[in-house]
Design a protein. Structure first.
Length: 245
C-alpha cells in the first residue's frame, strides 16, 4: 500500500490532507450548531407528514450552504481576490468575522436573546402547519443565507478552497463534506424519528422546549470561542502584513 508521501508525490491534492478536511468540517459544524433552526426541524416532526416536511427544510438548508460556497468561489476567482493568510482580504474577513461572532456571543448571553428567540420560535410554531413542503424548502434555504454568522463560515470555506485550488473534483468533494457537516445537527431529530419509527414524540417535545429556552448560552459560548479563533488568525495575518510591508 503506497505511503502518504508517495500519494502526495503522485499529485493527490493537498486539500484532502486530514488537517484541511478537519478545518472544513469545523466550519460546517459552526453552521450546523444553530439551536433555533434545529428547533424548527424538531417542530416539523410534531406535525403532519413529519419526515417529509422536516427533510424538506433540511434539504433547503443544505442546498443553500452548497450554493453559497459555489457563488463565493466564482466571485473570488472572477475578481482575483487573494485569500492567503496574511493578505489584506483574508485579514479583513478574519477581523470582521471575529467582531461579528464576539458580538453575537455576548448578545446570546443576555436575557434579551432568550426573550427574542423564544418569541421567534413561538411565531414559527404557530405558522409551520400552514406551510407547504416546497415552501419549507425555500424557508430552509433562506434561513441559512440570512443567518449572519453563517457568512463568516462561507467566506472561510470558500477561501480554503480558493487558496488550495485542488481542482474541480476535489472542490466538489470538500464542498459536499462541508455541506454534510453544516446539515448534520439538523439531521439528528429526523434520523432519531426514523430509527424509532416515530416513537420518540415525547422526547422530541422536550428537546424542542429545551432548544427554545435553554440553548442560548451554548450558542453564546461557541460564538465567543470561534470569535477568539478568528481574532487570533486576523491579528497573526495583520502581523504578517506589517512584516511584509
Amino acid at each position: 500500500m503506497p505511503s502518504l508521501l508517495s500519494l502526495v508525490s503522485l499529485g493527490v491534492p493537498a486539500l484532502l490532507s486530514p488537517a484541511l478536511i478537519t478545518q472544513s468540517s469545523l466550519f460546517g459544524i459552526g453552521i450546523a450548531f444553530s439551536p433555533l433552526h434545529i428547533a424548527v426541524v424538531t417542530l416539523l416532526l410534531l406535525g403532519r407528514s413529519p419526515l417529509q416536511r422536516a427533510m424538506a427544510y433540511v434539504a433547503g438548508w443544505a442546498a443553500a450552504n452548497a450554493l453559497a460556497i459555489v457563488v463565493l468561489m466564482v466571485l473570488g476567482e472572477a475578481f482575483a481576490i487573494s485569500l492567503s493568510h496574511g493578505e489584506r482580504e483574508q485579514v479583513l474577513i478574519d477581523l470582521l468575522g471575529a467582531g461579528a461572532l464576539v458580538g453575537l456571543g455576548l448578545y446570546q448571553l443576555t436575557p434579551q436573546a432568550n426573550l427574542g428567540e423564544e418569541g421567534m420560535a413561538l411565531r414559527l410554531m404557530n405558522q409551520l402547519p400552514d406551510f407547504s413542503t416546497f415552501t419549507l424548502v425555500l424557508i430552509g434555504a433562506t434561513s441559512a443565507l440570512l443567518t449572519p454568522e453563517n457568512l463568516v463560515f462561507y467566506l472561510k470555506e470558500a477561501g480554503l478552497l480558493l487558496l488550495n485550488d485542488p481542482g474541480l473534483t476535489a472542490d466538489a468533494e470538500v464542498t459536499g463534506l462541508f455541506t454534510l457537516m453544516a446539515s448534520s445537527l439538523l439531521l439528528l431529530p429526523p434520523l432519531a424519528w426514523l430509527v424509532s419509527g416515530g416513537a420518540i414524540r415525547e422526547p422530541i417535545t422536550r428537546l424542542e422546549d429545551w432548544l427554545q429556552h435553554k440553548a442560548e448560552w451554548l450558542v453564546g459560548v461557541l460564538a465567543l470561542v470561534l470569535g477568539a479563533y478568528l481574532l487570533v488568525e486576523g491579528l497573526h495575518g495583520l502581523n504578517l502584513m506589517t512584516i511584509a510591508g
